[in-house]
Design a protein around this ligand. Structure first.
Ligand SMILES: O=P(O)(O)OC[C@H]1O[C@](O)(COP(=O)(O)O)[C@@H](O)[C@@H]1O
Ligand SMILES: [Mn+2]
Length: 641
């Protein structure tokens, strides 16, 4: 478009020169406000309750704000009580045993207004307005910004509150105020991968993310399985189903995504026997569940075998993946019940050989094909999955550079000596940032053609899940087969890419940051994917503070290894804060304990200078708008002459 036409269009948006001035002043004011709070979360793994809890409490930030507002007058007990009220207002009101007298309501509303005022102080009025519930926006604004003498104000407040309460709106008002506070406590959310798998609530998390006011997403290896399932990667789809069987929430997928599992269940019931190696992971059992387990064992096996066959097919047609050592089924000696891996023979146990055709080991049987087709149809017709994958494509990426930080889920593949490891895709060799960009390019290409199921791009989605050079995975191989069938635990080890030890060194982190154009000394890497084993003395801060690992560790099954639930990260205008989470069992337990066990630790960056919006990614965009408006004014002046 010609510059002149652009100015005309821009001017039409404002209508008058005065409006342009007003917008300029507004934008310049925004640039000088303190930077808003970001929350970084990762590895949520279907734990929707824990996720909901973290969002409602702003990962401990809500309590921090309450302490800052009322510290001089309230004790811990009162702070905890109020945190609970703001985080779960509906439930709090419902559970309250004392009478909710008019005085109590009035006091609570005034306290909430006070807190809201504090939380809103670093935002523009227009932004605060957008965060308020429509029905109460006017009243709340009156209460927030009322000018005048103390006495006048008090009378005015008194009158408004009296009215709200006599109209029976007190409780609704309390809920509305609490939700607005929640909304302002976290301004932007970063999901550093792995919302999906190992827990049954991923769809609820995705529903919530779709509506979240400001969010970005770095794909994790588990999310990529779901994206793959939607866009035609059969092997990704079967793998996520196998994991769902392993963690015992397979049936929930019928309701969550409308997946028809009947053909799969019928096939498994007919072709498989029970096999304790495939008993789903679960903690407590009742009689009905035991019966269910038997069926699930069969389904779980059926899925594992289809997965190994499909993997074999991909590895055979994609020599460039260099995964021939993972062509496992052909390495089995069925009569001797052994497998040969890297010239070593290992015994295998309970391998269900009945559905393997010795003449064509990786071929699916007609029945398996039928099951696969019907599942594919189900996945590709699922409306919620379509929406969720659309969200992943729109808000998600392989990595993100935001406010001078580099975010990615897994790793940047490195060689032992710290150089970037290269990988060849369709004849081109890529490394470092270019490698991540290339993966992203192919993922998006595959997503444009969901009817093609075996092209290079779609196969590469599966590679992202478990390939050695996949930045989302970062391990030499995925030993799923070994863990199911080979008792020798030595074979279960998944060697990590050198990145995972080299990232502890400042030099490595600096090199990676520079590769992504980040030269500032305050630049940091924010990483997910690997649980921080607190029990073994590991910490989430590495490389002299250049890198944070924030595996939220919300997957219950993994809490044994970590010793806590996990870590997340906050970043406000003063710098980073590391948040330590305790295992979340239920809201009931939180209400019983009446306290938020989350702890927040400040990591003030070197010099104590508050970061303003002008120093952020959004600030750069606002500056561009300002520059445009200034140019527009210049243009208008010339036009007037
Ligand atoms: O414990 P499970 O569910 O069998 O999963 C183990 C597999 O998951 C992985 O850890 C990948 O998942 P993460 O991205 O959560 O680490 C594989 O490396 C491993 O083979
Ligand atoms: Mn991961």
């Amino acid at each position: 478009m010609k510059r002149e036409n652009y100015y005309k269009l821009l001017f039409e948006k404002y209508g008058s020169k005065e409006e342009v001035y007003a917008e300029l002043i507004n934008l310049e004011a925004i640039l000088n406000l303190p930077k808003a709070t970001e929350l970084f979360l990762s590895d949520i793994h279907g734990a929707d309750g824990a996720f909901d809890y973290i969002l409602r409490t702003g990962a401990g930030n809500l309590k921090e704000k309450i302490v800052a507002t009322f510290a001089s007058v309230w004790d811990f007990e009162k702070v905890n009580e109020f945190t609970l009220l703001v985080a779960y207002p509906e439930l709090f009101l419902q559970e309250m045993t004392e009478k909710k007298t008019n005085t109590w309501q009035k006091e609570t509303i005034l306290d909430l207004i006070c807190l809201l005022k504090f939380c809103a102080s670093k935002y523009t009025r227009s932004k605060v307005r957008k965060s308020l519930p429509k029905e109460f926006a006017y009243i709340i604004e009156e209460l927030l910004y009322m000018e005048g003498a103390a006495e006048e104000k008090e009378n005015y407040y008194e009158q408004i509150l009296e009215r709200v309460i006599t109209l029976q709106q007190g409780e609704i008002f309390i809920v509305a105020l609490s939700l607005s506070i929640q909304r302002l406590v976290i301004d932007h959310l970063h999901i550093v991968g792995d919302v999906y798998d190992r827990g049954s609530g991923a769809h609820k998390i995705m529903n919530r993310l779709e509506k979240f006011h400001s969010v970005d997403f770095q794909w994790g290896n588990h999310d990529i399985l779901w994206l793959g399932a939607r866009v035609g990667s059969s092997c990704s789809m079967i793998t996520l189903l196998r994991i769902a069987a392993r963690y015992k929430y397979l049936l929930d997928l019928e309701e969550a995504y409308g997946i028809n599992l009947r053909p799969l269940y019928l096939f498994a019931e007919k072709n498989y026997k029970t096999n304790p190696r495939f008993t789903p992971k679960a903690t407590e059992k009742n009689a009905q569940e035991i019966e269910n387990d038997e069926l699930l064992e069969k389904v779980h096996q059926a899925l594992a075998i289809i997965q190994f066959k499909l993997e074999g097919q991909i590895i055979q047609r994609r020599k460039e993946f260099q995964m021939d050592d993972r062509l496992l089924l052909e390495k089995i000696d069925f009569d001797r019940q052994t497998i040969t891996l890297e010239d070593e023979s290992y015994s295998i146990e309970s391998f269900p050989r009945a559905t393997i055709d010795p003449q064509d080991i990786y071929a699916l049987s007609a029945e398996e094909k039928y099951v696969l087709d019907s599942l594919t149809t189900s996945f590709q017709n699922s409306e919620p999955l379509k929406r969720h994958v659309h969200f992943l494509l729109e808000k998600g990426a392989m990595y993100q550079v935001y406010n001078g930080q580099l975010l990615f889920h897994g790793c940047i593949p490195l060689l032992e000596n710290g150089d970037f490891a290269s990988f060849t895709l369709e004849g081109h060799s890529y490394e470092g940032k270019a490698l991540l960009d290339a993966f992203e390019h192919y993922i998006r290409q595959s997503a444009r053609n969901i009817d093609i199921h075996d092209d290079f791009a779609t196969d590469l989605i599966w590679y992202c899940w478990c390939g050695e050079k996949s930045p989302l995975f970062g391990r030499k191989k995925m030993t799923t087969f070994e863990r199911y069938f080979i008792p020798d635990k030595l074979t279960h080890k998944e060697m990590e890419n050198p990145y995972f030890s080299l990232r502890d060194e400042e030099e490595t982190c600096k090199k990676i940051l520079e590769e992504f154009g980040l030269f500032d000394q305050n630049a940091r890497i924010i990483n997910g994917h690997t649980p921080v084993k607190v029990r073994k003395g590991e910490t989430p801060t590495r490389a002299n503070g250049k890198l944070f690992i924030i595996d939220g560790g919300m997957s219950r099954a993994y809490q044994k290894t970590t010793g806590i639930a996990g870590y997340s990260l906050l970043n406000n205008s003063y710098g980073f804060q590391i948040v330590t989470h305790q295992p979340f069992k239920s809201i009931e337990e939180i209400f019983e304990q009446r306290k938020d066990p989350t702890t927040v630790k400040n990591m003030i960056d070197g010099k104590f200078k508050r970061r303003l919006i002008k120093d952020t990614t959004i600030g750069k965009e606002i500056q561009e708008q300002i520059d445009d408006l200034l140019e527009l004014l210049g243009y208008l002046e010339i036009a007037e002459e």
